[in-house]
Design a protein around this ligand. Structure first.
Ligand code: SF4
Length: 98
């Protein structure tokens, strides 16, 4: 599958496309636009690295934090400095993809 078929550039960062109807990731199998709707990743075994590292995200100071938008973040350990390095490397790679 060509990268252009499922991504777009969001302020220069390679980003997964959202489905026009559900507004969810194009790989999420769901029938509803409700953010609490049931869904399953159709590419789970080969999902992007950003999905594998979630809910770790970078804040504006390039520190790794748990995404405040994730309702399950309390079930994850606080990200380490190594997690921040992983995310910074991923961000750098996504800025130079495509
Ligand atoms: S895990 Fe990633 S690829 Fe899979 S549905 Fe969620 S956002 Fe999309």
């Amino acid at each position: 599958m060509a990268t252009e078929a499922f991504t777009w550039k969001n302020n220069g960062v390679l980003t997964l496309l959202n489905d026009e109807t559900t507004r969810a990731c194009v790989f999420l199998l769901t029938a509803s636009a409700d953010v609490n709707a049931e869904g399953m990743c159709s590419v789970y075994e080969v999902r992007p690295r950003g999905c594998r590292t979630y809910p770790n995200v970078l804040n504006e100071h390039d520190e790794a934090i748990l995404d405040e938008g994730c309702p399950h973040r309390s079930q994850f350990p606080e990200p380490s400095e190594e997690d921040a390095i992983t995310l910074l490397n991923l961000e750098e790679q996504l800025l130079h993809e495509v």
